[in-house]
Write a protein that binds this ligand. Structure first.
Ligand code: ADP
Ligand code: GN1
Ligand code: MG
Length: 383
């Protein structure tokens, strides 16, 4: 007992030391960006699984200016320069369209703050890559949809995003993560991890592996249609979680699509599908009580309506037909990715507890099961 307490004490102290080292590195990086005023505060921010995000504030006379400072995870994003160039091109394109519509580009898309060198990326001596955005004030960021109306709003935001980028020259974008939504390849990587089983965790995930194996033949259903040219490649966001949309706090209307790291050529049904996977789930992505997990049809319908209101005119009949399959595929793929990371030792997604990635996997699989039961009600014609 006493030894356990000591171990916990050491673990807590190490964690505190690591987090204070991280804050110091962030403070050092912050000095390199062309912000107004002088340093005021630095606080870890948000719930992302990949990058380190900070709310960084400065003071000028009595006024506080707020920024988002992020350390890009370069184990995940191997080409931070290419990724930042994608973001620069896309936000400049969106900024022009938003201005033409008479709206405010500083609230409706991300605004990059240049570093001292004039570049939009700062590489510190420890080889971490940093970027800085204007903090968009008076917004809400939701982890769960509180009402169909909120979720319809996020559908509008991602639909409008897709629609606005319809004429963006896709060939100018680099692939920030090659094969990001290559679901069959993701499954192959899971099977490789099963074979290696470095931490002997396979025995804890046998039923999950069997569940996925039973659905393995469905995994290439969208990739095949895309290869045949029946699903067009578009500029897509690829990480359309509800918490990647900011809402205007006063009007509760969706305002700005954020987290642009994975903008790449992709399929519209994946943007639709990933949003459903995360936001139409009645439970959180890491809920341990699986009885709480289900696909909410009211939320599903509300998102679909918002998405189609904005993007409906550009989508083909084949895309409309495949939207529900996009939701199933993104849920299968995410389950596969969480499980792979669990077997490989939690090296990709940030975890807050042991077995966190296994819990996340189970939620995805429970959601798939519920989607299968509600499949007929998910067809877009029946909305
Ligand atoms: P991650 O890739 O780790 O998910 P995000 O870019 O989504 O990182 O940022 C994490 C969180 O920070 C978001 O969920 C949101 O709450 C907040 N955030 C990010 N950018 C801004 C911004 N420009 N203004 C206000 N809040 C922001
Ligand atoms: C990651 O960065 P974040 O938390 O928005 C991941 C997504 C997953 C998601 C699961 C670059 O998104 O692909 O769907 O976690 N992002 C990357 O929550 O891998
Ligand atoms: Mg995010």
């Amino acid at each position: 007992m006493e030894q356990d307490m000591k171990k916990k004490d050491i673990k807590d102290k190490n964690a505190a030391k690591k987090s204070s080292e991280k804050i110091s590195a962030a403070m050092e990086a912050a000095r390199r960006f062309q912000v107004r005023g002088s340093f005021y505060s630095m606080t870890p921010y948000g719930n992302g699984h990949i990058n380190d995000t900070y709310l960084f504030q400065t003071k000028e006379n009595e006024k506080i200016h707020s920024y988002i400072l992020q350390r890009i995870n370069h184990h995940v994003f191997k080409d931070p320069e290419g990724l930042m160039e994608n973001i620069r091109l896309v936000t400049a394109f969106l900024r022009r369209k938003i201005r033409e519509n008479g709206d405010d580009p500083e609230r409706e898309t991300l605004t990059l703050i240049p570093a001292d060198s004039g570049r939009i990326l700062y590489q510190d001596p420890g080889d971490s890559f940093w970027r800085c955005y204007l903090f968009i004030e008076n917004t809400l960021c939701l982890e769960q949809a509180n009402s169909p109306e909120d979720f319809r709003e996020s559908g509008r935001a991602f639909g409008a995003f897709q629609q606005m980028l319809n004429d963006f020259p896709a060939s100018t974008l680099s692939q920030s993560i090659p094969d990001f939504h290559n679901t069959p390849l993701r499954y192959q990587r899971l099977l490789d991890a099963v074979k290696k089983d470095p931490l002997h965790r396979v025995r804890k995930a046998e039923s999950e592996l069997a569940f996925l194996e039973a659905r393995a033949r469905q995994l290439d259903s969208a990739a095949r249609l895309s290869a045949d040219g029946r699903l067009p490649l578009r500029v897509t966001h690829n990480d359309t979680k509800l918490n990647n949309v900011l809402f205007d706090a006063a009007s509760r209307k969706s305002l700005c699509v954020i987290d642009l790291d994975t903008i790449m050529p992709g399929l519209s049904i994946y943007d639709f599908g990933d949003a459903i996977r995360f936001g139409a789930n009645t439970a959180l992505e890491d809920e341990t009580d699986l009885s709480k997990v289900s696909l909410s049809l009211p939320l599903y319908r509300a998102f679909s309506q918002g998405f189609l209101e904005k993007a409906g005119t550009i989508l083909t009949d084949e895309e409309l037909y495949m939207l529900p399959m996009g939701a199933k595929l993104m849920t299968l793929e995410c389950g596969i990715r969480f499980l792979t990371d669990y077997l490989e030792g939690d090296v990709y997604f940030k975890i807050q507890r042991p077995d966190h990635n296994l819990d996340r996997t189970r939620v995805q699989l429970a959601l798939i099961k519920d989607m299968e039961e509600k499949w007929d009600a998910m067809t877009i014609r029946s909305l």
